[in-house]
Ligand binder design. Sequence first.
Ligand code: SAM
Length: 307
Amino acid sequence: MPTDFATLPADRLRAIDKVSAGVERQPVPAAGLYIVSTPIGNLRDMSLRAIDTLQGVDGILAEDTRVTSVLLRHFGIRTPLVAYHDHNGARLRPNLLARLQAGAKLALVSDAGTPLISDPGYKLVSEARAAGINVVAVPGASAVLAALAVAGLPTDRFCFCGFLPNKPGPRRAELATVAKVPATLVFYESPRRVAEALADMLAIFGPRPASVARELTKHYETVRAGTLAELAAQFGEEEAPRGEIVIVVGPPGAEATALDASKLDEAIKAAMTAHSMKDAAEIVSAATGLPRRQIYARALELGRDTP
Ligand code: SAM
């Protein structure tokens, strides 16, 4: 799918250019392998350090040279490009590692976002590390973090689950393996399968709160939130959406909060009339199966609200 590079209003762009013009370009410091994040849609998310690095290295390893050449052209970068992907990686690695050991500076990029995150590069980084080569991250955009940041779900602990299998049987089996993980779950999904995936998530996880983020940072960016029951019903009735999708699902236990927050509050208040806040949190946690930490945090809020 072609990347949709949305633009900001002209006055905002001029303000950013003014700031970036004042920042001195940094040369790439040392020989090594640079893992460089690139925008997931909006070109203005390219970092100054990413530009410096791609300009300063001897060569750029790109998942798809046609996609990356558009990015390089936009920023006036003329560094030579080499295709590096799952199909030629094993063949290219010995030569790339030899070049790096001889003192070359190489950068790895994917089509969009952070390399290695559901993208090629893991074996290269792993072998480079084992060979004692300097491996440096040049961080930036990634759809996992962008989706998590706007989902409105707990972010203190999250589990990135990548893409689910396409077929229903293996997909449900995979979902079952993460059903009890005590963390918010993040999935990449094809727009063609989002309705099926949400229906399977509802069947395996129950009606947990969730969010579906589409086309983040792009012109048609949308984020829909609701329980898995609501989202599965909505997406089940509509035509398949267009664009790129991330599904974020709240942790186990969150379905009780989503479904019946007022009842939970009543239980906490009732327990606090006869017990200390700490003991009340223990009791309600045991009764509901919700994490003690979560109940204690809510008890604190309720305690503050009570005159
Ligand atoms: N390495 C990339 C990253 O750091 O996000 C991910 C690459 S993976 C092959 C592509 C998937 O990431 C898409 O199918 C979608 O699930 C998600 N994705 C990438 N860009 C996105 C965007 N702008 N909005 C929503 N999801 C996005």
